[in-house]
Structures are given as C-alpha cells and as structure tokens.
Design a protein around this ligand. Structure first.
Ligand code: UDP
Ligand code: MG
Length: 306
C-alpha cells in the first residue's frame, strides 16, 4: 500500500492567509507524489477561519478540519492535529506560509533516505525584527545551557516525523508543551533540512508577547531542573555576601558614624527580592505539577469536518 503523508496546520484568526496558504500548500503536496491529508485545526478563531477551512474540507476530500471550543494555543493545536493524523509521516507547518510548503518535498526526501525526523533549519529569516532575532539567539543558548536535551539552533516546529516518532509523541501527554523540546527528548535520527523563512503572507503574528514568554518558560521549566539547583547556589552566594556586608557595616559605622541600620535595611530589601525570585521559580514548577494533577484533557474539540 502506498504511504500516506499527514500535514498538520494550526490556525488562529488566519482569515487573511487561509485561502492562499491552502492553494500553495495543496499544490506543493500534490507534486510530491504520495497520497496526503491536510489537517487544519482552528484554535478558537474569532474571525472567518472556521468558515474557510470547513468549506475547504467540503470541497477537498484530503482536507480535514478540527475546531477547538476556544483558543488553547499553538502547541496544543498541533498536538490535536498529530493525534488525528493517520499518515506514515506527519509534517507540522504554520498556516501563514512562513514555513514554505515547497520545503516539505525536501523533508520527504530526507525521510525516504532514512531520517526519522527531518527538521527545518532556518538559514535566513525574512521580515523579522533584529530584536526578535536577538532574543531568539539568546534564548536558545540559555535553553541549551539549562537542558540536558540540546535543541538544534535556528529551528522551530516546522518538521517531518516518521510514524514511529509520531506514535511515541502521542504517549507524551504533558500539559505545558514545548514540542521542539519533546522532539529532542525522544531522540531518534534527526536530520536538518535548510530553508529560508519567509515573511508572513498576510495578517499579523498571532504569537503575542505573553504567549511567547509562556512558551519560553515551558522550554526551560519543562526540560531542566537546573533553575532549582541555581536557587540553592544563589542562596549560598547571598549568605556569603551578607556576611561580608555585615562585617563592612560594623567597621564603617564605627569609623564614619553612618548609622548601621541603614545598611541593614538595604540588605534586607535585596534579600527579599532574592527570596521572591526563588519562590517564583519554585512556583513555576508547582504550577506545572498542579496542571498535571488536575488531569484535564489537553484540548476540547467542538466540531469536526471529514
Ligand atoms: N497559532 C495558533 N494558536 C495561537 C497562536 C498561533 O494556532 O494561539 C498558529 C498561527 O495561526 C500560525 C502558527 O500558529 O499558523 C504560528 O503563529 P504565528 O505565525 O502567529 O507566529 P510567528 O510565526 O509570528 O512566531
Ligand atoms: Mg508566523
């Protein structure tokens, strides 16, 4: 039997991009030569996105449409698509054509040559601000310092997974998801496929600063317990500094007459800051434990087409 490709595309308020995105994607997928399915997940859009993708599903038997009951976020939308996918290879792609669908053919080639994972490696990013590139550069270096499962630099979620990897993925049901980290954790034979990241074809980014910070935190807290160790080391460093400060205070106030309690107040405020930061880090882990203990489903599907 011929192998099937599953393409998973999450979309949140993408009415401006959907039509041209579909046309280019459909053309690119048809030219690869395998039978395929395109799974669109409407992540609780408030515009015409669902109207468009449910119409596409009516018109094309390859298109499947899922609709979330609300906005659950990009990572969960991709998860829902992967749960639905039946293919021998599963490809994850954005709806805004920043990940060029033509690159999928190269990923499929790498897969045919034995790659379990073919991940898109961005050689160049068009139309992204220097600030975004710089923060991404810093973040991935910090993440790889913290995490025991290094994530290749300049990669996103644009990738092809063999069925075996996709099936293992389905077993990982953690709530605060960072898919590229989970992909690194799974291991397997991962091969880069170089591409130029294009500009968004229409509309604006749907990743708000808040969503981006959340994802960044999920990457670090989900794949490293180093922040907890660092708290301990910070505590010890603060104790040493405080001891030195105490001695300096005693000497200074004896010599200059500046009241010793002024120094003590500054020291206390500093220490409070350190303690609150430490509580924040611990809280981040506690919150993630709480999310798991509640055991809620990862997402709710309100409607399905095909
Ligand atoms: N997306 C989503 N849910 C969200 C935010 C984004 O499904 O809450 C989708 C979005 O429609 C797009 C992909 O995730 O297909 C990547 O989002 P976007 O292009 O806005 O992010 P950027 O490329 O700017 O980082
Ligand atoms: Mg984008």
């Amino acid at each position: 039997m011929e192998k099937l490709l599953s393409l998973v595309v999450p979309a949140f308020n993408e009415e401006e991009a959907m039509e041209q995105s579909f046309e280019r994607t459909y053309r690119a997928m048809s030219s690869i030569g395998y039978p395929f399915e395109i799974i669109y997940i409407d992540d609780g859009s408030r515009d015409r996105t669902w109207e468009i993708i449910s119409r596409l599903a009516r018109e094309h038997e390859e298109v499947k449409a899922l609709r979330f009951s609300r906005n659950f976020g990009h990572q969960l939308a991709v998860t829902a698509g992967m749960d639905e996918a039946k293919g021998d290879a599963v490809i994850i792609m954005d709806a805004d054509l920043q990940d060029p669908p033509e690159v999928i053919a190269d990923m499929v080639k790498a897969w045919e040559q034995g790659a379990d994972i073919a991940y898109g490696k961005r050689m160049h990013r068009k139309g992204e601000t220097a600030a975004k590139k710089f923060t991404a550069w810093c973040y991935y270096r910090l993440l790889n310092f913290m995490s025991a499962y290094p994530i290749p630099l300049d990669t996103g979620d644009f990738r092809l997974l063999d069925k075996a990897v996709a099936d293992e993925f389905k077993v990982l049901r953690e709530h605060n998801r960072f898919l590229r980290g989970m992909s690194a954790w799974l291991g397997y034979n991962a091969v880069p496929v170089e591409y130029v990241r294009e500009e968004r074809c229409a509309g604006k980014t749907k990743y708000t600063l808040k969503k981006m910070l959340r994802l960044a935190a999920d990457g670090i807290f989900g794949f490293s317990s180093k922040p907890l160790t660092l708290i301990g080391w910070t505590g010890m460093a603060v104790v040493c500094i405080a001891l030195l400060g105490l001695m300096a205070t005693i000497v200074c106030s004896a010599v200059t007459g500046v009241p010793g309690w002024l120094w003590a107040v500054c020291g206390l405020v500093l220490l409070d800051g350190v303690i609150l930061c430490a509580m924040g880090v611990q809280g981040a882990y506690t919150q993630r434990i709480y999310d798991e203990v509640k055991g809620r489903p990862l997402y709710i599907i309100k409607e399905k087409q095909n």
